[in-house]
Design a protein around this ligand. Structure first.
Ligand code: C2E
Ligand code: MG
Ligand code: MG
Ligand code: MG
Length: 286
């Protein structure tokens, strides 16, 4: 029921590039109201350290519970939000909600090492971002290194002088900076070595074809080598099979994230998930 409705009204809206301006404007203003009405939720996907099998952190991923259309996935609303400028509202909300949630877990005696939050290219153009993040960390009494900001490779490559300064200012606060969807944004490799990064996330498309496609293997291997040489963590996302974990371990990947370990979960399910995991993740999965 809800799925059908979503297909009709939302999925078609972003797909209709250019001509369907009206639909995009409507959806854009709907998003602002949706944030005010608390229709957005964050799901959290666990990330696991390869070596120890312990939790590395969680990635916060936005979901929209529309009263009429039901659950709307980010692939359906993030691109529209980016086109209509509403993304800053969503990113701002995600950042605060993730910090609030981490502090709540802390108080409940369940201390997660890190939370990663996705931030779009539009939002990093706002030079106010580092100051706002610093204020949030202070308000929720979180050590800066427990927050990682994820920025896609394509967004990083669009960077101007302003965003370069913003990235450096974020790093100066002491938070982590992850290069998301690595391998899809055609990075200039020389530029990559000058970015203020703490983490590289290899895009899901490479792990999916790791065994079938030599090119994917080459990119994955290269990304891990670059990460090691730069002294940053290498995370592989979209891991669905144990054979992929074995291969990634051989290649020296630091952290894995994917459906094999867990799908993104509502915040309420994270404590149980952590308890039931109880220790070595990759071993018990093998
Ligand atoms: P991403 O940051 O690259 O997040 C990883 C995506 O891969 C998530 O999709 C996650 O659910 C999915 N995924 C993880 N493991 C697996 C797996 O094993 N198999 C498969 N098939 N998929 C897996 P999701 O949650 O739909 O989010 C899509 C994208 O939307 C994210 O990609 C991110 O770029 C964006 N996004 C989500 N929340 C926010 C937000 O608050 N702000 C911004 N700017 N972007 C967001
Ligand atoms: Mg991400
Ligand atoms: Mg990604
Ligand atoms: Mg992505």
């Amino acid at each position: 029921e809800a799925k059908k409705a979503t297909r009709g009204s939302v999925q078609n809206a972003p797909a209709a590039t250019g001509d369907d301006v009206e639909a995009r404007v409507l959806l854009g203003s709907a998003m602002r109201k949706a944030v005010q009405k608390s229709e957005f939720r964050l799901f959290y996907q666990p990330q696991i350290c390869m070596e120890s099998g312990t939790i590395y952190g969680v990635e916060a991923l936005a979901r929209w519970y529309h009263p009429a259309m039901g659950l709307i996935q980010p692939s359906q609303f993030i691109p529209v939000a980016e086109q209509t400028g509403q993304i800053e509202i969503i990113d701002r909300w995600s950042m605060e909600e993730a910090c609030r949630q981490m502090a709540e877990w802390d108080r409940a005696g369940m201390r997660l090492p890190t939370v990663s939050v996705n931030v779009s290219a539009v939002s990093i153009r706002n030079t106010d971002l580092p100051r706002r993040i610093a204020a949030l960390l202070k308000r929720y009494r979180l050590e800066p290194r427990r927050l990682t900001v994820e920025i896609t490779e394509s967004a990083m490559m669009q960077q101007s002088r302003d965003t370069g300064a913003t990235l450096s200012a974020m790093l100066a606060i002491g938070i982590g900076l992850a290069l998301d969807d690595f391998g899809t944004g055609f990075s200039s490799l020389s530029r990559l070595t000058h970015l203020p990064l703490t983490e590289i996330k290899i895009d899901r498309s490479f792990v999916t074809s790791l065994e079938r496609d030599v090119g994917s293997m080459i990119v994955t291997e290269a990304a891990i080598t670059i990460g090691k040489r730069l002294g940053v963590k290498v995370v592989t996302e979209g891991v669905e099979e144990i054979a992929q974990v074995r291969k990634l371990r051989q290649l020296g990947c630091d952290v894995v994230q994917g459906y094999l370990i867990s799908k993104p979960l509502p915040s309420a399910e994270i404590p149980n998930w952590l308890q039931s995991r109880d220790g070595t993740i990759t071993e018990s999965d093998e």
